[in-house]
Design a protein around this ligand. Sequence first.
Ligand code: BTN
Length: 258
Amino acid sequence: MQAKQAVVRYPEADSTNSLALELGRQGAAHGTVVVADRQTGGRGRAGRCFVSPPGGLYMSVILRPDLAFAHLRLVTLAAGVACSMVLEKHGIAPLLKWPNDLYCGRKKLGGILTETAPWSAAPPGVPFVVVGIGLNVNSLPADFPPPLRDLVTSLSEITHRCHDLDMLRREIVRQLDSLVAGLERNPETFFSLWRQRDFLLGKNISWQDENGLVVHGAGAGLRPDGRYRLRTPDGLIHPILAGVLKVHPGNQVEPGRS
Ligand code: BTN
């Protein structure tokens, strides 16, 4: 990626991911970043909305990675690691709730939504992915609607100071680019970085699949194909690819080995 990041900036956007998908279709270069000071229609995983008040970092990075199709899902995980590694330099140590959330304690600090466009998009034959990153940086829980206030936290709330959004953006994009470039060459290093930050490991969790079926168990770690393992009390392993994982209060469960 070029040393100077190409940045398209908006004071307000519906969703930076939607804008970046459009730019990607028009052929925008690898590493182009769309950033907005606030979003009116921020999108999250599973069709949820992502509340995006001023003070947060809302950006979407267009990547044209040289990756096997099966590895594309690892890009979301790489974005989580990139955010954590950068935030660790700024005084906090978020954990990663598979596949796309950053947590500090029991509170959500941010999320990642990776979207792809049809492989036929221009320029011909060059696929692209949009990595949308939303982090609560200088926003405070009071900036969120009441039902969310107890569930979110921010970098400012934890460190008691304001942070430079442009600097964080530059650092995260650089880190993401370097992790994605290393995915094919050295996947083990990447998996180890992710596993050191696993929020769900050993926690009491449940998984709801697309058809509404709920399975309870313990978080048992990331598989090399990017799926997450849920271990049921009778020792069965479910490799999870999609759907929603919830954390439940109560004693941590021994994750065991598989
Ligand atoms: C989630 O929590 O499920 C993922 C949230 C992803 C939010 C980011 S903010 C920038 C980009 N634009 C969007 O509409 N969504 C992503």
